[in-house]
Design a binder for this molecule. Structure first.
Ligand code: SF4
Length: 349
Protein backbone atom coordinates (compact mmCIF):
# COMPACT_ATOMS: atom_id res chain seq x y z
CA UNK A 1 0.00 0.00 0.00
CA UNK A 2 2.75 2.50 0.95
CA UNK A 3 6.34 2.91 -0.29
CA UNK A 4 7.02 6.33 1.08
CA UNK A 5 9.77 8.30 -0.68
CA UNK A 6 8.94 11.85 0.37
CA UNK A 7 7.61 13.19 3.66
CA UNK A 8 6.57 16.85 3.70
CA UNK A 9 6.80 17.92 7.32
CA UNK A 10 6.10 20.98 9.40
CA UNK A 11 9.16 21.42 11.67
CA UNK A 12 7.09 21.08 14.87
CA UNK A 13 5.52 17.87 13.59
CA UNK A 14 8.85 16.45 12.39
CA UNK A 15 10.49 17.08 15.76
CA UNK A 16 7.63 15.74 17.88
CA UNK A 17 7.72 12.26 19.40
CA UNK A 18 4.98 10.99 17.06
CA UNK A 19 6.67 12.61 14.07
CA UNK A 20 9.97 10.92 14.87
CA UNK A 21 8.20 7.57 15.24
CA UNK A 22 6.58 7.95 11.82
CA UNK A 23 9.86 8.95 10.16
CA UNK A 24 11.56 5.93 11.77
CA UNK A 25 9.11 3.68 9.90
CA UNK A 26 10.24 5.17 6.58
CA UNK A 27 14.00 5.63 7.06
CA UNK A 28 14.75 5.97 3.34
CA UNK A 29 12.25 8.76 2.73
CA UNK A 30 13.45 12.27 1.93
CA UNK A 31 12.07 14.76 4.47
CA UNK A 32 11.08 18.11 2.98
CA UNK A 33 10.37 20.92 5.42
CA UNK A 34 7.16 22.87 4.76
CA UNK A 35 5.72 25.87 6.59
CA UNK A 36 2.17 24.47 6.60
CA UNK A 37 0.64 21.10 5.78
CA UNK A 38 -2.01 23.01 3.77
CA UNK A 39 0.49 24.86 1.59
CA UNK A 40 2.56 22.41 -0.39
CA UNK A 41 2.88 23.67 -3.96
CA UNK A 42 3.97 20.27 -5.24
CA UNK A 43 0.67 18.75 -4.07
CA UNK A 44 -1.86 21.54 -4.02
CA UNK A 45 -4.49 22.25 -6.61
CA UNK A 46 -2.66 20.24 -9.18
CA UNK A 47 -5.29 18.40 -11.17
CA UNK A 48 -2.50 17.55 -13.62
CA UNK A 49 -1.46 14.94 -11.11
CA UNK A 50 -4.41 12.78 -12.14
CA UNK A 51 -2.31 10.18 -13.90
CA UNK A 52 0.06 10.08 -10.99
CA UNK A 53 -2.62 9.86 -8.29
CA UNK A 54 -1.79 6.40 -7.19
CA UNK A 55 1.96 7.02 -7.25
CA UNK A 56 1.56 10.19 -5.18
CA UNK A 57 -0.67 8.33 -2.69
CA UNK A 58 1.86 5.53 -2.40
CA UNK A 59 5.00 7.60 -2.18
CA UNK A 60 4.02 10.76 -0.31
CA UNK A 61 3.16 11.52 3.29
CA UNK A 62 2.60 14.81 5.08
CA UNK A 63 3.24 15.46 8.77
CA UNK A 64 1.44 18.34 10.40
CA UNK A 65 0.11 19.70 13.67
CA UNK A 66 -3.66 19.97 14.08
CA UNK A 67 -4.19 23.54 15.23
CA UNK A 68 -7.83 24.03 16.18
CA UNK A 69 -9.66 21.17 17.86
CA UNK A 70 -13.41 20.73 17.90
CA UNK A 71 -15.96 17.90 17.90
CA UNK A 72 -18.70 18.67 15.39
CA UNK A 73 -22.23 17.37 16.00
CA UNK A 74 -23.21 14.77 13.38
CA UNK A 75 -26.35 12.77 14.15
CA UNK A 76 -26.06 10.04 11.51
CA UNK A 77 -23.16 7.64 11.77
CA UNK A 78 -22.02 9.26 15.01
CA UNK A 79 -23.05 11.84 17.58
CA UNK A 80 -19.85 13.81 16.96
CA UNK A 81 -17.09 13.98 14.41
CA UNK A 82 -13.87 13.87 16.43
CA UNK A 83 -11.03 16.23 15.54
CA UNK A 84 -9.14 14.39 12.84
CA UNK A 85 -5.79 12.79 13.54
CA UNK A 86 -5.17 12.46 9.82
CA UNK A 87 -6.72 13.30 6.48
CA UNK A 88 -6.31 11.96 2.97
CA UNK A 89 -6.22 8.35 1.90
CA UNK A 90 -3.89 5.95 0.13
CA UNK A 91 -6.80 4.23 -1.61
CA UNK A 92 -8.55 5.72 -4.63
CA UNK A 93 -12.28 4.95 -4.69
CA UNK A 94 -13.80 6.58 -7.75
CA UNK A 95 -16.74 8.05 -5.77
CA UNK A 96 -14.66 9.31 -2.84
CA UNK A 97 -15.80 12.63 -1.39
CA UNK A 98 -12.87 13.00 1.02
CA UNK A 99 -11.65 16.54 0.37
CA UNK A 100 -9.16 16.82 -2.42
CA UNK A 101 -7.60 20.02 -1.27
CA UNK A 102 -4.07 18.66 -1.29
CA UNK A 103 -4.21 18.22 -5.05
CA UNK A 104 -6.46 15.54 -6.42
CA UNK A 105 -4.17 12.76 -5.31
CA UNK A 106 -4.96 13.55 -1.65
CA UNK A 107 -2.11 11.67 0.03
CA UNK A 108 -2.21 11.07 3.77
CA UNK A 109 -1.45 13.83 6.26
CA UNK A 110 -0.78 12.57 9.78
CA UNK A 111 -1.29 14.93 12.69
CA UNK A 112 1.38 14.38 15.30
CA UNK A 113 -0.16 16.15 18.32
CA UNK A 114 -2.13 13.06 19.27
CA UNK A 115 -1.79 13.68 23.01
CA UNK A 116 -3.52 17.03 22.69
CA UNK A 117 -6.28 15.46 20.57
CA UNK A 118 -6.95 12.58 22.98
CA UNK A 119 -6.91 15.01 25.93
CA UNK A 120 -9.47 17.16 24.13
CA UNK A 121 -11.64 14.11 23.46
CA UNK A 122 -11.58 12.94 27.06
CA UNK A 123 -12.71 16.41 28.17
CA UNK A 124 -15.43 16.54 25.53
CA UNK A 125 -16.78 13.12 26.55
CA UNK A 126 -16.74 14.13 30.22
CA UNK A 127 -18.72 17.30 29.49
CA UNK A 128 -21.51 15.31 27.77
CA UNK A 129 -22.36 13.33 30.90
CA UNK A 130 -24.59 10.31 30.33
CA UNK A 131 -26.57 9.91 27.10
CA UNK A 132 -30.14 10.49 28.23
CA UNK A 133 -32.05 8.72 25.45
CA UNK A 134 -31.19 5.72 23.28
CA UNK A 135 -31.12 6.61 19.59
CA UNK A 136 -30.26 4.97 16.28
CA UNK A 137 -26.58 5.83 16.76
CA UNK A 138 -26.24 3.90 20.01
CA UNK A 139 -28.50 2.89 22.88
CA UNK A 140 -26.22 4.32 25.57
CA UNK A 141 -22.89 5.69 24.34
CA UNK A 142 -21.86 8.97 22.76
CA UNK A 143 -20.29 7.88 19.49
CA UNK A 144 -17.35 9.79 17.98
CA UNK A 145 -16.39 9.26 14.35
CA UNK A 146 -12.58 9.20 14.31
CA UNK A 147 -12.17 8.62 10.57
CA UNK A 148 -14.27 11.09 8.64
CA UNK A 149 -11.45 12.30 6.41
CA UNK A 150 -9.33 9.18 6.12
CA UNK A 151 -9.37 5.40 6.49
CA UNK A 152 -8.16 4.52 9.99
CA UNK A 153 -7.11 0.98 9.00
CA UNK A 154 -4.58 2.44 6.56
CA UNK A 155 -3.60 5.23 8.96
CA UNK A 156 -2.62 2.49 11.38
CA UNK A 157 0.09 1.39 8.92
CA UNK A 158 1.76 4.76 9.42
CA UNK A 159 1.47 5.68 13.08
CA UNK A 160 0.13 4.66 16.48
CA UNK A 161 -2.56 7.37 16.33
CA UNK A 162 -5.38 4.88 15.82
CA UNK A 163 -4.05 2.60 18.56
CA UNK A 164 -3.96 5.60 20.89
CA UNK A 165 -7.55 6.52 20.02
CA UNK A 166 -8.76 2.96 20.62
CA UNK A 167 -6.91 2.96 23.97
CA UNK A 168 -8.47 6.33 24.89
CA UNK A 169 -12.03 5.14 24.27
CA UNK A 170 -11.35 1.85 26.06
CA UNK A 171 -11.26 3.92 29.25
CA UNK A 172 -14.42 5.95 28.46
CA UNK A 173 -17.51 3.98 29.54
CA UNK A 174 -19.95 6.61 28.24
CA UNK A 175 -18.48 6.89 24.73
CA UNK A 176 -17.35 4.88 21.72
CA UNK A 177 -15.03 5.55 18.80
CA UNK A 178 -16.27 4.60 15.35
CA UNK A 179 -14.89 4.54 11.84
CA UNK A 180 -15.81 3.16 8.43
CA UNK A 181 -13.16 1.22 6.55
CA UNK A 182 -12.50 -0.50 3.25
CA UNK A 183 -9.18 -1.99 4.26
CA UNK A 184 -8.51 -4.99 6.48
CA UNK A 185 -5.55 -4.30 8.74
CA UNK A 186 -5.20 -7.26 11.06
CA UNK A 187 -2.78 -5.37 13.32
CA UNK A 188 -5.91 -3.78 14.77
CA UNK A 189 -6.93 -7.17 16.18
CA UNK A 190 -4.31 -6.66 18.90
CA UNK A 191 -5.58 -3.26 20.08
CA UNK A 192 -7.91 -4.62 22.81
CA UNK A 193 -10.84 -2.21 22.28
CA UNK A 194 -13.12 -3.88 24.89
CA UNK A 195 -16.25 -2.97 23.00
CA UNK A 196 -15.57 0.77 22.93
CA UNK A 197 -14.62 1.00 19.24
CA UNK A 198 -17.10 0.32 16.46
CA UNK A 199 -15.67 -0.60 13.07
CA UNK A 200 -18.03 -0.15 10.14
CA UNK A 201 -16.85 -2.37 7.29
CA UNK A 202 -18.00 -0.84 4.02
CA UNK A 203 -19.62 -3.34 1.71
CA UNK A 204 -21.16 -3.27 -1.74
CA UNK A 205 -21.67 -5.94 -4.39
CA UNK A 206 -18.43 -7.41 -5.65
CA UNK A 207 -19.19 -6.23 -9.18
CA UNK A 208 -19.39 -2.57 -8.06
CA UNK A 209 -16.40 -2.86 -5.77
CA UNK A 210 -14.17 -4.27 -8.52
CA UNK A 211 -15.02 -1.30 -10.70
CA UNK A 212 -15.09 1.49 -8.12
CA UNK A 213 -12.97 0.60 -5.08
CA UNK A 214 -9.40 1.10 -6.18
CA UNK A 215 -6.61 -0.29 -3.93
CA UNK A 216 -9.00 -1.42 -1.18
CA UNK A 217 -9.28 -4.88 0.38
CA UNK A 218 -11.63 -7.09 -1.60
CA UNK A 219 -15.23 -7.53 -0.46
CA UNK A 220 -14.43 -11.17 0.38
CA UNK A 221 -11.56 -10.11 2.68
CA UNK A 222 -13.77 -7.56 4.43
CA UNK A 223 -16.55 -10.10 5.03
CA UNK A 224 -14.02 -12.67 6.25
CA UNK A 225 -12.67 -10.13 8.77
CA UNK A 226 -15.99 -9.41 10.50
CA UNK A 227 -16.04 -12.42 12.84
CA UNK A 228 -12.37 -11.92 13.75
CA UNK A 229 -12.91 -8.28 14.71
CA UNK A 230 -15.96 -9.16 16.81
CA UNK A 231 -13.90 -11.86 18.53
CA UNK A 232 -11.14 -9.27 19.17
CA UNK A 233 -13.55 -7.03 21.08
CA UNK A 234 -14.74 -4.59 18.43
CA UNK A 235 -18.34 -3.79 17.76
CA UNK A 236 -18.68 -4.41 14.01
CA UNK A 237 -21.34 -2.70 11.96
CA UNK A 238 -21.76 -2.65 8.20
CA UNK A 239 -21.66 0.46 6.06
CA UNK A 240 -23.66 -0.49 2.98
CA UNK A 241 -22.50 2.23 0.65
CA UNK A 242 -22.53 3.62 -1.83
CA UNK A 243 -25.58 1.94 -3.30
CA UNK A 244 -25.21 2.46 -7.04
CA UNK A 245 -28.43 2.14 -9.02
CA UNK A 246 -27.64 0.35 -12.27
CA UNK A 247 -28.86 -2.54 -14.34
CA UNK A 248 -29.04 -5.62 -12.06
CA UNK A 249 -28.29 -3.82 -8.79
CA UNK A 250 -31.05 -5.61 -6.87
CA UNK A 251 -29.83 -9.06 -7.91
CA UNK A 252 -26.28 -8.22 -6.84
CA UNK A 253 -27.30 -6.73 -3.48
CA UNK A 254 -29.42 -9.82 -2.80
CA UNK A 255 -26.36 -11.95 -3.51
CA UNK A 256 -24.21 -9.88 -1.12
CA UNK A 257 -26.80 -10.08 1.68
CA UNK A 258 -27.20 -13.82 1.18
CA UNK A 259 -23.44 -14.20 1.40
CA UNK A 260 -23.42 -12.26 4.69
CA UNK A 261 -26.17 -14.51 6.00
CA UNK A 262 -24.16 -17.60 5.03
CA UNK A 263 -20.72 -16.46 6.18
CA UNK A 264 -21.09 -14.38 9.35
CA UNK A 265 -21.12 -16.14 12.71
CA UNK A 266 -23.83 -15.89 15.35
CA UNK A 267 -21.90 -13.43 17.54
CA UNK A 268 -21.39 -11.01 14.65
CA UNK A 269 -25.03 -11.22 13.62
CA UNK A 270 -26.27 -10.64 17.18
CA UNK A 271 -24.56 -7.23 17.40
CA UNK A 272 -24.75 -6.19 13.75
CA UNK A 273 -26.37 -3.04 12.43
CA UNK A 274 -26.06 -1.23 9.14
CA UNK A 275 -26.23 2.18 7.57
CA UNK A 276 -27.40 2.36 3.97
CA UNK A 277 -26.29 5.29 1.82
CA UNK A 278 -27.16 5.80 -1.81
CA UNK A 279 -24.52 7.25 -4.07
CA UNK A 280 -23.90 10.97 -4.23
CA UNK A 281 -21.52 12.28 -6.82
CA UNK A 282 -19.99 15.55 -7.88
CA UNK A 283 -19.57 17.29 -11.22
CA UNK A 284 -15.90 18.18 -10.72
CA UNK A 285 -15.08 14.66 -9.61
CA UNK A 286 -16.92 13.35 -12.66
CA UNK A 287 -14.72 15.49 -14.92
CA UNK A 288 -11.56 14.34 -13.16
CA UNK A 289 -12.58 10.68 -13.28
CA UNK A 290 -13.19 10.87 -17.01
CA UNK A 291 -9.45 11.50 -17.30
CA UNK A 292 -8.33 8.34 -15.52
CA UNK A 293 -11.23 5.94 -14.96
CA UNK A 294 -14.01 6.64 -17.48
CA UNK A 295 -15.60 3.19 -17.04
CA UNK A 296 -16.51 4.10 -13.46
CA UNK A 297 -18.41 7.10 -14.76
CA UNK A 298 -20.67 4.84 -16.84
CA UNK A 299 -22.36 3.79 -13.58
CA UNK A 300 -21.66 6.83 -11.37
CA UNK A 301 -22.80 9.57 -13.75
CA UNK A 302 -26.41 8.90 -14.74
CA UNK A 303 -27.99 12.30 -15.48
CA UNK A 304 -31.30 10.67 -16.40
CA UNK A 305 -31.63 9.38 -12.80
CA UNK A 306 -29.93 12.21 -10.95
CA UNK A 307 -30.50 15.79 -9.86
CA UNK A 308 -27.86 18.42 -9.11
CA UNK A 309 -27.69 20.73 -6.14
CA UNK A 310 -25.15 23.46 -5.48
CA UNK A 311 -23.42 22.91 -2.13
CA UNK A 312 -22.46 25.64 0.35
CA UNK A 313 -18.92 25.50 -1.00
CA UNK A 314 -20.20 26.17 -4.52
CA UNK A 315 -19.69 22.61 -5.82
CA UNK A 316 -22.34 20.90 -7.94
CA UNK A 317 -23.28 17.76 -6.06
CA UNK A 318 -25.38 15.14 -7.78
CA UNK A 319 -27.74 12.64 -6.19
CA UNK A 320 -30.51 10.34 -7.36
CA UNK A 321 -33.83 12.10 -8.04
CA UNK A 322 -36.16 11.95 -5.05
CA UNK A 323 -38.44 9.30 -6.56
CA UNK A 324 -35.54 7.06 -7.65
CA UNK A 325 -33.85 7.51 -4.31
CA UNK A 326 -36.99 6.57 -2.39
CA UNK A 327 -37.36 3.44 -4.50
CA UNK A 328 -33.69 2.57 -4.02
CA UNK A 329 -33.78 3.01 -0.23
CA UNK A 330 -36.95 0.93 0.02
CA UNK A 331 -35.47 -1.68 -2.31
CA UNK A 332 -32.36 -2.19 -0.16
CA UNK A 333 -34.42 -2.36 3.03
CA UNK A 334 -36.70 -4.99 1.48
CA UNK A 335 -33.69 -7.02 0.37
CA UNK A 336 -32.23 -6.88 3.88
CA UNK A 337 -35.54 -8.01 5.37
CA UNK A 338 -35.66 -10.90 2.91
CA UNK A 339 -32.04 -12.11 2.96
CA UNK A 340 -30.46 -10.85 6.22
CA UNK A 341 -33.35 -10.24 8.63
CA UNK A 342 -30.97 -10.15 11.62
CA UNK A 343 -29.39 -6.95 10.22
CA UNK A 344 -30.91 -3.91 11.92
CA UNK A 345 -30.81 -0.82 9.71
CA UNK A 346 -29.63 2.18 11.73
CA UNK A 347 -30.50 4.61 8.97
CA UNK A 348 -30.98 4.61 5.21
CA UNK A 349 -30.96 7.59 2.88
S1 SF4 B 1 -11.21 4.26 1.31
FE1 SF4 B 1 -12.64 5.90 1.89
S2 SF4 B 1 -11.34 7.72 2.14
FE2 SF4 B 1 -10.16 6.23 0.96
S3 SF4 B 1 -10.51 6.69 -1.20
FE3 SF4 B 1 -12.01 5.12 -0.60
S4 SF4 B 1 -13.85 6.28 0.04
FE4 SF4 B 1 -12.12 7.71 0.01
Amino acid sequence: MLQVRTVYAEPEARDSERGRQVLARFPDAEVVEVASHWQIPELHGNAGNVERWVRVKTETLVLGVKKSLSARPNGRSADFIAPSTSNGCAMACAYCYVPRRKGYANPITVFTNIDKITRYLRGHVRRQGLKAEPDQIDPAAWVYDIGENSDCSVDALISENVADLVATFRELPTAKASFATKFVNRDLLGYDPRGRTRIRFSLMPDRDSRLLDIRTSSIGERIAAVDDFVEAGYEVHLNLSPVVLREGWERDWAELLTRLDDELGAAAKAQAAAEVILLTHNRDLHEVNLGWHPKAEDVLWRPELQQAKRSQSGMWNVRYRNDRKREGVRGVQDLIAAHAPWLRVRYAF
